[in-house]
Ligand binder design. Sequence first.
Ligand code: AP5
Length: 246
Amino acid sequence: MEKKDVNIILIGAQGSGKGTQAAKLSAALGVCHIASGDLFRKALQEQTASGLRAKVFLDRGELVPDELTVAMVLERLAQPDCLSGILLDGFPRTIAQAQVLDSNLQQMRKRIDRAVYLDVPHDELLRRLSGRWICRAHQHVYNSLTRPPKVSGVCDIDGSELYQRSDDKGEAVQKRLDIFFNETFRLLDYYRKQQKLVTVNGNQSIDQVYADILQVLTSTPTIKVGKEILTWQLPVPPSRLPSQSA
Ligand code: AP5
């Protein structure tokens, strides 16, 4: 079965670089970037009912309940800019979320094509989170250690103020990592059983990780599920993608 969109999930612990890579990949591939954490932070900024309900979980570094998370992501997924493909960052995080996603995509005659796991050692995750800064206007991501802005405290792209997330500090960081390794990690098996999982070494430069992900998506645009061969086309032909040699 061949189709002309591509639907990708980025899985990784907090600080593994999902948001950083998703921004580059969605721009290059012309697919819609859906980051559940960004959707919650935006809802909170706008003081919506969902944002206010989610706040207590965000502050504690805990998962927001499935029904609230799923409703928010599915609403975003149904928007027209998602037709050529989606890049999910931070969703799903539980098996229940993955199952609801699969059944909703099936109803839309879509499916997940690849789940890319960004593998990064624990010490490196903590190092990255402690140096992360985010821009208030559009959530552009910086790092005081590895990717500093040109002017301290100011976003290079839109000039807005940079801030440190409250859940990147104190007990919330360790709690988020524990939840990932105890709960979200089980998704690797879920997508492995569907033959969709690929692992990329996330402990390399941002450009090299990006190159490796593109390599995985372009070199094997096909998977075998049971007796069926599933193929997909990237919205942008591989020849028009940025150079993959970092
Ligand atoms: P969310 O916003 O998704 O946060 P997260 O999962 O905690 O992921 P992070 O944003 O911390 O990490 P990242 O992998 O995107 O790393 P980044 O690219 O920024 O979720 C926040 C909260 O929302 C959750 O705690 C939960 O409450 C709720 N939530 C969200 N989704 C949910 C769901 N599905 N179900 C229930 N609740 C949900 O990179 C990190 C830093 O490292 C940056 O400074 C970056 O510059 C740097 N960096 C990146 N790559 C590299 C590299 N290769 N080398 C060196 N530095 C690098």
